[in-house]
Every structure is written in structure tokens, then in C-alpha cells.
Design a protein around this ligand. Structure first.
Ligand code: HEC
Length: 282
């Protein structure tokens, strides 16, 4: 009796499950989910190709130096880079002297206190300082940017899906809104249409907007595309400066594991050889 009851309860549950699954499927077909406008106009990042991609990929030092220049001369006017210190630029191939000069000549000075009066003041940066923020706090940053907050760029390429390609696409992706874009999705005042930005309208005016905006020291032509690529590669480095070490350690570990697998297999054969030979005799 109890057994019958159990079977009936089980069958009841199964039927309810089946019913809800079938009803769900019917509803899905009858009323398919409506795609948001953002979804249909949004674009996935382009892939311009970076030297540091792939398991053997290494940063292109020349490109990183150019990217730093783009950040320094364009982006640093609005975006902070709190997690990077000037001395980290040694990784980009700069000498100690060059780093001191870069720090000293940085457009924004490092906040400090006047030792005589105790008042807030600023001083030229040292190699050991972090890159100073262009704004004193978020309130000032918003006030200067139409109430939008320019995010810190140190980890930006990690904070967005496909980050390096995303930053490149965002910088080169400003266009006029397509003609079939509904009125309510069109950029309002102070907003710019960009199909790579999540909600299609970004509060950052196109920062890279004229060829030769940055004058490169190595003679590379500073096209908008080139500047966008270089600064994206630079931001990939700031987000993961130890990427090359990670890759080479990873390759070493995989190599070791492969060798170790063979070693383990041959030791196994060696250790059991006597016993196996004996078994064959029996
Ligand atoms: C005039 C100020 C200004 C300059 C110059 C500027 N930005 Fe921005 N940026 C902003 C503001 C404001 C936002 C926030 C936009 C928003 O939330 O709609 C932003 C947002 C961003 C974002 C985040 C987008 C996201 O997905 O949230 C990235 C990446 C970015 N900027 C990169 C750059 C780079 C790289 C440069 C230099 C080539 C640069 N910006 C120059 C003001 C600026």
C-alpha cells in the first residue's frame, strides 16, 4: 500500500514537471522574448590583433611606450591610473633617469602639504609616486564631466569582457546613430553614440579625434587607429604587468608535467617488471 502511494506521488510530481516544461516551451514559442533595442544595435569588439595575444605572446615594448604617450597626453586629462607608479615604467624599457623626467613633467602634480603653512599643496612627482589623479575627488571629476565619472583605467581591460579589444573598439567606434535607431535610444545632450558601449550612448566625447594628436618619438604615424591600438596595448600591460612571467611559468609547468608523465610511466613499468614476468611464467 505504502509502495503504491509512493509511486503515485512520484508520478504526480513527474506529471507536474512535464506539464510546466511543456507549457514553458509553448509560451516561449508563442511569445518569444523581446530583444532590447540595445541588444540589436550593440556590436562585439573588433579584433585588431595584439602582439601579446596567445600563449607565446609578448608585449611589444615600442607599442607600450607609444601607448603611455597617448595615455599621458590625452586620457590622463580625465582618467586616473591609481594602481600604477612611475617606477613601474621600467618594464616598458625606460631607464631610471627617463622615468624621473616623465614623473617630473607629468601634467598633474602629486598632492602634498606645504611644510611651512600646513596647507594642501602639490609638488612635482617622484619615480616612487603613483600616477596622480587629474581630479581631487569624484565630485570634482563629475562636475567637470557633465556628471559622468571617468573610471580609473588601471584595470580597465580586465573589467570588461574582451577588454583590450573592447577599449580599442570603443575608441574607434564613434559613429552617427543609425537611421533606424528609435528616438528614445538616441544620444541626449552630452552623450555620444557608440555601438560598442553597453547602452549605446557614452558620456565620453571621442578622445582620439585627429591624426597626429600625439607626436610619437619613434616615427610611427599617429593615425587614430594606431593611437587606439597603442593605448589599448598599454592598458593591457597596466592591468597585467606580469603577464609574460605568468605565460612562461605556465609553459614551464606544462613542459615539466609532460616529462614527469613519461617518467612516472616508465618507473611504473620498471617497478612492476619482475612481478609481471613471474605472472607470465605461472
Ligand atoms: C574629457 C575627458 C575624457 C578623456 C580625455 C578621456 N575620457 Fe574616457 N571617459 C570619460 C568619461 C566621462 C567616461 C564615463 C562615460 C560614461 O559612463 O558614459 C569615460 C569612460 C571611459 C571608459 C569606460 C567605458 C566603459 O565601458 O565603462 C574607457 C575604457 C575610457 N573612457 C577610455 C579612455 C581612453 C583610453 C582615453 C584616452 C585615449 C580616454 N578615455 C580619454 C572621459 C574622458
Amino acid at each position: 500500500m505504502i509502495r503504491l502511494f509512493g509511486i503515485a506521488a512520484g508520478a504526480g510530481f513527474t506529471l507536474i514537471l512535464l506539464y510546466s516544461f511543456v507549457m514553458g516551451a509553448v509560451n516561449f514559442i508563442k511569445e518569444p522574448p523581446v530583444k532590447a533595442v540595445e541588444y540589436s544595435f550593440h556590436k562585439h569588439p573588433e579584433k585588431p590583433g595584439f602582439a601579446h595575444e596567445g600563449i607565446f605572446g609578448k608585449f611589444d615594448r615600442g607599442q607600450l611606450q607609444r601607448g603611455l604617450k597617448v595615455y599621458q597626453e590625452v586620457c590622463a586629462a580625465c582618467h586616473s591610473m591609481n594602481l600604477v607608479a612611475f617606477r613601474n615604467f621600467e618594464d616598458l624599457g625606460y631607464s631610471e633617469g627617463q622615468i624621473k623626467t616623465i614623473a617630473k613633467n607629468w601634467a598633474t602634480e602629486t598632492p602634498s602639504i606645504n611644510p611651512d603653512t600646513g596647507e594642501a599643496s602639490t609638488r612635482p612627482s617622484l619615480a616612487s609616486d603613483q600616477i596622480p589623479s587629474p581630479y581631487l575627488n569624484d565630485v570634482q571629476a563629475r562636475a567637470a564631466n557633465n556628471n559622468a565619472l571617468p573610471p580609473d583605467l588601471s584595470l580597465m581591460t580586465k573589467a570588461r569582457h574582451d577588454g583590450t579589444n573592447y577599449v580599442y573598439s570603443l575608441l574607434t567606434g564613434y559613429t552617427d546613430p543609425p537611421s533606424d535607431l528609435p528616438e528614445e535610444n538616441r544620444p541626449g545632450t552630452g552623450l555620444y553614440y557608440n555601438a560598442y558601449f553597453a547602452n549605446l550612448n557614452i558620456a565620453m566625447a571621442p578622445p582620439l579625434n585627429s591624426e597626429g594628436q600625439v607626436s610619437y618619438d619613434d616615427g610611427t604615424k599617429a593615425s587614430i587607429d594606431q593611437m587606439a591600438k597603442d593605448v589599448s596595448a598599454f592598458l593591457a600591460w597596466t592591468a597585467e604587468p606580469k603577464m609574460e612571467a605568468r605565460k612562461s611559468i605556465g609553459l614551464g609547468v606544462i613542459g615539466f608535467l609532460i616529462v614527469f608523465t613519461f617518467l612516472a610511466y616508465f618507473s611504473y613499468q620498471n617497478i612492476w617488471a619482475d612481478l609481471k614476468a613471474q605472472k607470465r611464467k605461472d
